[in-house]
Write a protein that binds this ligand. Structure first.
Ligand code: NAP
Ligand code: ZN
Length: 347
């Protein structure tokens, strides 16, 4: 079994520390990857802190993985040694249910996640990308164009696809007015994609100091969401609002900004429910509240190709592995510009 060095959480209230563990022996369909960079998603923090109630320890987080192929199994046809590749939130699914058949494996009941999920082949635990190497079935490995900076591409594997997928599903394009709520890892990618798709983009933020950055990233307007007067100016005007906030808050403030038939799509996953929406805020304009989970493998590849074509990557702060606990503290204070990415060469 290949031994790998990484960083793990051993409980919900202790810092991450160095950890050696074993990956499964590579199979005929597996790709072995030397991990060069891994993004730090707010979901890593929710899971390390067991805020979703399903954490198993030790846990090696990390699902925004990029690196180079170091070995391929006998039946691997799509990758060769030396390729730049990525791995996102999923490493397996049943392959036969309607969701898998339609290329939306993220909605498969048997979807296997990159960490904090059982490895169906070895029976052990899956360990994520805060580590030197990973072994993944070729069907869940993504190609990354040589045109893209690798470190700045890591967050595309989760923050990128999680914002790209709903924007595409709701067919956002020219003529649409789109709101993005929260300027963090997901939010900054939401702005870039909505702008690239031709929409008029408005950022809703609790941090007035981020306004200038938001405009540089592609926002046409910035609204401080705690300012009721500023919010009221946009009442009934949005086709679509993508809400990335990781804490419970009043959703009515945003549904009120939708046009008739507009949609508020939630991608943030707080540990507690949002206060219930007011029914009146929905029915009088046939407004919808929806949710969306990452994206399928086919769409993730489409998103990475879109990024190569439009020269889109994340704005990242590269950190050594040893700085992970401080990085978590800063994410929790909304103080990240706009995604931390771990340089695994420091481990
Ligand atoms: P993040 O980098 O921490 O960004 C969240 C942003 O929310 C913050 O930067 C901040 O932006 C805003 N915010 C923070 N506290 C707030 C508060 N009290 N009220 C209002 N806004 C607040 O997190 P992320 O990595 O983008 O992840 C966001 C959420 O999406 C997490 O819950 C994560 O688990 C979830 N997620 C879901 C999926 C999915 O498939 N659905 C995938 C990945 C992540 P401002 O400073 O601009 O207000
Ligand atoms: Zn994530």
């Amino acid at each position: 079994m290949p031994t790998t060095l990484g960083y793990a959480a051993h409980s919900h209230d202790t810092p991450l520390v160095p950890y050696s563990f074993e990956r499964r022996e590579p199979l005929d369909n597996d790709v072995q990857i030397e991990i060069l960079y891994c993004g730090v998603c707010h979901s890593d923090i929710h899971q390390v802190h067991n805020e979703w109630g399903s954490s198993t320890f030790p846990m090696v987080p990390g699902h925004e993985i990029v690196g180079k192929v170091t070995k391929v199994g006998a039946q691997v046809t799509r990758f060769k040694v030396g390729d730049n590749v990525g791995v996102g939130c999923m490493v397996g699914s049943c392959g036969v249910c309607p969701e898998c058949q339609e290329g939306v494996e993220q909605y498969c009941n048997a979807a296997e996640f990159t960490y904090n999920s059982a490895d169906k082949i070895s029976g052990g635990n899956n360990y994520g990308g805060y580590a030197k190497q990973i072994i993944v079935n070729q069907n869940f490995v993504l190609q990354i164009s040589d045109k893209l900076d690798l470190a700045a591409s890591a967050p595309l594997l989760c923050a990128g696809i999680t914002t790209y997928s709903p924007l595409r599903h709701w067919k956002i394009g020219q003529g649409d007015k789109v709101g993005i709520v929260g300027l963090g890892g997901l939010g900054h990618m939401g702005i870039k994609f909505a702008h690239a798709l031709g929409a008029h983009v408005v950022l809703f933020t609790t941090s007035p100091g981020k306004a200038e950055d938001a405009k540089r990233l592609g926002a046409d307007e910035v609204v401080v969401s705690k300012n009721a007067d500023e919010m009221a100016k946009h009442a009934g005007s949005f086709n679509f609002i993508l809400n990335t906030v990781a804490v419970p808050h009043n959703l009515d403030a945003f549904t009120a900004l939708l046009k008739r038939d507009g949609t508020l799509c939630l991608v943030g996953v707080p540990d507690q429910p949002h206060p219930s929406p007011t029914v009146g805020s929905l029915i009088f304009k046939r407004r919808a509240i929806a949710g969306s989970l990452i994206g399928g493998i086919k769409e993730t590849q489409e998103m990475l190709d879109f990024c190569a074509e439009h020269n889109i990557t994340s704005d990242v702060e590269i950190i050594p592995m040893q700085a992970i606990n401080e990085a978590y503290d800063r994410v929790l204070k909304s103080d990240v510009k706009y995604r931390f990415v771990i340089d695994l060469a420091t481990l």
